[in-house]
Design a binder for this molecule. Structure first.
Ligand SMILES: Nc1nc2c(ncn2[C@@H]2O[C@H](COP(=O)(O)OP(=O)(O)OP(=O)(O)O)[C@@H](O)[C@H]2O)c(=O)[nH]1
Ligand SMILES: [Mg+2]
Length: 405
């Protein structure tokens, strides 16, 4: 299971542009609201310091890429249709398509920081729309989606069976939310946080059900705010205003700038490493004067001012900080750090902090291997690791099975 990030926002905020920039896909983009109807998917990358430098080895990554000691690890992205206020009541395209996000671990909310689109994505005068209101309405729609999932297939009947069949509340809620990547501990925590611990859901008011939906949504699908279109003149002051109202993390971003940089790099006109604060023009004669101006503007207004285009920062923050991911390197040979074909540090695998070795083997390596799993070996210390060993970031681990003995 690869980490999956969902891209949400109102129409025309730049969701598909963000996907295309992160994954170099060619999904349709336009200023007309509701351009995307069916979800677009792609593979993007997060970056982390690779262990190769510390070990002074030259690696041959297979599942990932290593550039100058920085490991780029693949993640999945899903871009869905635009959401408008009251989508849960059927407005716009409704929210049926949100089910495409069921697999997402974290959500990126792409906000139009120029404030020049109304809530349905239609052009209005610059600064007329308050981005903070977009944050509020969108979060509400996602919370309402969770509430609907809970209420689906007759909530009242469900709560009655809890009493008549004396079923455990946590187990039953867990079943009801299955597929949403929520564990029982998170359900217990959400019940506690919404002051519903020990109360039978048949007595919950509608407001309490909403409270619980909000809490569990916050845990299961945290939302990171991306202030997109920072390349526009008004954006800097709008971002300052937004920071006064919204106290959570906000990543400034120009999805469009990232898209251009990556495309020019792919065409070998510039050298650009995603996430960096600079690029190098290598074939100036292939650029027309407009393109040269565009690149100058990107360098001055975005890279120098904000330190990057924000696309990779968004994915990194979503994965490592909000998604609590760490990076682990499985190997077959603890002396050369290679697989059985001699590839050094072939795979970099993201796992959630707190993952135990036995779950890592079962979920991320191979179910078959898990059946024959005996123990692990830390390739650095050469120490044996039991199945209850909690993985640490940067661990290089050999999995020993009955077959490998
Ligand atoms: N200036 C600027 N324009 C952008 C940026 N990102 C997207 N756009 C423009 O915003 C418009 C909408 O972009 P899309 O990526 O299609 O937006 P969307 O959110 O996927 O829209 P729907 O699929 O209709 O919901 C297009 O004209 C893009 O070129 C950005 O970072 N800067
Ligand atoms: Mg789109």
């Amino acid at each position: 299971m690869v980490l999956t990030i969902g891209i949400i926002g109102k129409p025309s905020s730049g969701k598909t542009t963000f996907l295309n920039a992160a994954c170099l896909t060619h999904a349709k983009v336009s200023e007309i609201p509701f351009t995307t109807i069916d979800p677009n998917i792609g593979v993007g990358y997060v970056k982390t310091k690779c262990v190769c430098k510390e070990l002074s080895v030259t690696d041959n990554p297979k599942n990932s890429i290593c550039i100058d000691g920085v490991r780029f690890i693949p993640i999945n992205l899903i871009d869905v249709a635009g959401l408008v206020p009251d989508a849960h009541k059927g407005k716009g395209l409704g929210n049926k398509f949100l089910n495409d996000l069921i697999r997402a671990d974290v959500l990126l909310h792409i906000v139009d920081i120029t404030g020049s689109l109304d809530k349905s994505g239609k052009l209005v005068s610059i600064g007329e729309n308050d981005p903070n209101e977009d944050i509020l309405f969108l979060e509400n729609e996602i919370d309402m989606w969770f509430k609907e999932i809970l209420e689906r297939k007759d909530w009242r009947k469900f709560t009655k069976t809890l009493i008549t069949e004396r079923r455990k509340i946590v187990d039953s809620l867990y079943e009801r939310l299955s597929g949403l990547k929520i564990n029982k501990q998170q359900i217990i925590q959400s019940l506690r946080n919404s002051n519903l611990e020990g109360q039978n859901p048949s007595n919950w008011t509608d407001g309490q059900l909403l409270d619980f939906s909000k809490t569990i949504r916050g845990i299961a699908k945290p939302i990171l705010i991306i202030a997109n279109k920072i390349d526009k003149e008004i954006s800097e002051s709008n971002l300052k205003e937004l920071k006064k109202k919204y106290k959570g993390p906000i990543i400034p971003c120009s999805a469009l700038a990232e898209y251009f940089l990556r495309k020019f790099h792919k065409d070998q006109v510039i050298k650009y490493i995603p996430g960096s604060n600079n690029f190098e023009i290598i074939k100036e004669n292939k650029l027309n004067s407009n393109e040269v101006d565009l690149l100058k503007k990107i360098k001055m207004k975005i890279l120098s001012e904000y330190g990057s285009t924000g696309v990779l920062d968004a994915l990194n923050y979503a994965s490592f900080t909000m998604g609590n991911q760490i990076c682990v390197y499985p190997v077959s040979d603890i002396n050369t750090y290679s697989d059985n074909k001699g590839n050094i540090l072939p795979d970099a695998i993201l796992v959630e902090k707190g993952t135990l070795l036995r779950d890592f083997v079962r979920e991320k390596i191979h179910t078959e291997l898990a059946e024959n799993f005996i123990f692990g070996i830390d390739a650095i210390t050469k120490k044996r690791l039991g199945e209850n060993y909690e993985l640490k970031d940067g661990d290089i681990i050999k999995i020993v099975t009955t077959r490998s003995k």
